[in-house]
Write a protein that binds this ligand. Structure first.
Ligand code: GLN
Length: 271
């Protein structure tokens, strides 16, 4: 095949990628708006532009867009992202809303398995009165999370901890977006660029969820709340585990697609 000489030819030659992706890549490399890219298919490509486009297209075939730009918008904040942490998802914004609407004034909040820090940083940005701690087992994730807290001036305490292993004291709220995809779920094929430790939760996807619900008992204040993200088919199992571990007022909330994705429960005060 003859080398591409114009934007239009490059766009036509990479049809395995979505049209939007191709146009955005061209807009990035050529420093043009997307509208200009579309309007000027005859614009010539230099060989270095073509090389950059081919390299980015190759990355886009196996990486989320956010890893290519290094940024993702979450709860109105522009966050740094990278392969060391899950890309923040819109459904997690619902979890953040619940914390900021309901956590009592000046309470302690723990974001367990913080990843990019999205929950901790968004909560602290919206509710500076709260004392927010964020923990993760992964050094790479903690570096990203800390850079996001600095970027947004969010005073968050960071800890390296394998779930609750290094957590001391009790919290009014614990928020967690654990890995909850079942280890044989074909959906994982689409998520290969993201860290498996942030995604895969055992045979039914419930291993981390159950460990966090069970472990929360000794890290919540009496009457404290645990809020968790989970898969759309896991609501019933999650509510059962909450009940088995002494939680009451258990509720499940839906994401914007109408799927039950966020559950929370209150730890009953000891009578
Ligand atoms: N919401 C992610 C997905 O299904 C999974 C995130 C997670 O396991 N915590 O793409």
């Amino acid at each position: 095949m003859a080398p591409d000489t114009t934007v239009g030819q490059w766009l036509a030659g990479n049809r395995d990628l979505d049209r939007l992706d191709r146009e955005l890549l061209a807009s990035r490399v050529l420093k043009l708006t997307r509208a200009q890219v579309i309007a000027r298919p005859e614009a010539p490509l230099s060989s270095s532009q073509r090389r950059s486009l081919d390299q980015l297209a190759e990355r886009r075939r196996c990486e989320p867009w956010a890893y290519i730009t290094g940024e993702k918008e979450f709860f109105g904040l522009c966050l740094a992202v990278g392969p060391g942490a899950l890309v923040p998802r819109p459904e997690t914004e619902r979890l953040v809303e619940l914390v900021i609407e309901r956590a009592p004034q000046a309470g302690r909040v723990l974001d367990l398995g913080t990843g990019s820090g999205c929950i901790a940083v968004a909560v602290k940005a919206q509710r500076p009165d709260l004392r927010v701690t964020a923990a993760d087992v992964s050094t790479a994730a903690l570096e990203i999370a800390q850079s996001n807290a600095e970027r947004h001036g969010a005073d968050v305490e960071f800890l390296q901890s394998d779930w609750f292993s290094a957590i001391a004291g009790r919290f009014g709220w614990i928020a967690c977006n654990p890995p909850y995809i079942a280890d044989a779920d074909p959906a994982l094929n689409q998520l290969r660029a993201e860290p498996p430790i942030a995604l895969v939760g055992g045979r039914q996807g419930l291993a981390a969820i159950n460990a966090v619900i069970t472990g929360s008992g000794v890290h919540l204040e009496a009457g404290g709340t645990l809020v968790l993200e989970h898969g759309r088919d896991q609501g019933k199992a999650v509510r059962r585990q909450f009940a088995d571990c002494g939680f009451t007022s258990v509720e499940t909330h839906h994401d914007l697609a109408g799927h039950p994705r966020i559950s929370l429960g209150r730890l009953s005060p000891i009578p």
